[in-house]
Design a protein around this ligand. Structure first.
Ligand code: HEM
Length: 280
């Protein structure tokens, strides 16, 4: 799933989305086009690997469902993994055939993260003893805090994907923390979309620091919660550093891919925390 997530990023970042023109599922009427251009190779390989992944996710979901028919969590996660992977495929096809707005394209990335997190949680639950599920014992207030933090993370992801799909990645020039020499931008400009993402990221960072501190102070006996927030803190720092490096490196492909990869770890960590507090 991580590979497909990265391949999707390579498709947009190398401008290969039109590698097969408007044709889907075939590429210019062929399964494997003869004498393809580089963009066509990138687009076709993304389609092949995604189709294979879709099949694997469906097999995993059925397998997990049948293995643990009494676990409601597995059923929900299996359903969500399949639903989002199919939705993802359909949106991808729609983007090729009709070409979509930046807002719709940005939602792709969020959906693939949900699908990724569902598969990750199924994998984690598969190693858990169904008779002794791990339950985090925390206050209702902190539980709500985790849910809201998770929802907010999703919103930040969306602002990031919007930066990419509106072509605003260098909207502030090669500068950070300043944006084109200032901290302001005209609403609707590429700089403003970029700035919105930075501000959303800073709020996320502060929120995670607060949650990490709170978990350390009040739940030091619950290693999974404290460790979970330690990882969340590590990933959000790496996310911020890689974001700044994207800008300094003038949108280096590998740095940008790293930014897209680290978010999967952060999203996975918070989704696990949300799951274990939901159980109480
Ligand atoms: C710390 C929390 C942050 C989170 C959770 C986050 C998340 C994201 C996500 C999910 C994307 C979309 C990736 C993709 O579509 O492949 C993105 C893109 C981007 N982010 Fe962030 N980001 C964060 C911080 C930052 C910071 C601090 C900066 C700048 C200083 C930044 C700059 C960018 C840029 C330039 C892109 C577009 C990259 C591209 O064109 O591929 N991000 N971010």
């Amino acid at each position: 799933m991580l590979l497909v997530l990265l391949m999707g990023a390579v498709v947009t970042k190398t401008g290969s989305g039109d590698g097969c023109g408007n044709s889907w599922p075939l590429c210019y009427g062929e399964i494997l086009p003869t004498a393809p251009k580089l963009e066509t190779i990138i687009e076709v390989s993304h389609r092949f690997v995604s189709a294979w992944l879709g099949l694997l996710v469906i097999i995993l979901a059925i397998w997990a469902w049948r293995r643990d028919p009494h676990r409601k969590e597995i059923k929900i996660l299996a359903g969500s993994a399949v639903f989002f992977i199919i939705l993802q495929g359909l949106l991808g096809a729609a983007a090729v055939i009709w070409s979509q707005s930046s807002a719709v394209l940005a939602s792709h990335f969020g959906f693939s993260l949900v699908s990724f997190a569902s598969v990750l949680l199924i994998a984690i639950l598969s190693f858990e003893d169904p008779d002794r599920p791990f339950i985090a014992n925390i206050s209702p207030g902190f539980k709500k805090n985790i849910y809201w933090l998770f929802a907010y993370l999703y919103a930040v992801v969306y602002t990031g994907a919007l930066v990419r799909h509106t072509g605003s990645s260098m909207g502030c020039g090669p500068e950070f923390p300043l944006c084109n020499g200032t901290l302001f931008a005209t609403i609707g400009s590429q700089a403003s979309i970029h700035l919105l993402h930075r501000i959303a990221a800073i709020v996320l960072f502060i929120w995670i620091v607060y949650s990490w501190y709170h978990a350390r102070k009040y739940y030091s006996d619950q290693k999974v919660v404290t460790k979970g927030f330690q990882f969340a803190l590590l990933f959000v720092i790496l996310q911020g550093v890689s974001g700044a490096l994207i800008v300094y490196s003038n949108l280096n492909l590998f740095v940008a891919l790293g930014h897209g990869l680290i978010i999967s770890f952060l999203f996975g960590t918070l989704s696990y925390l949300a799951l274990i507090v939901y159980r109480k």
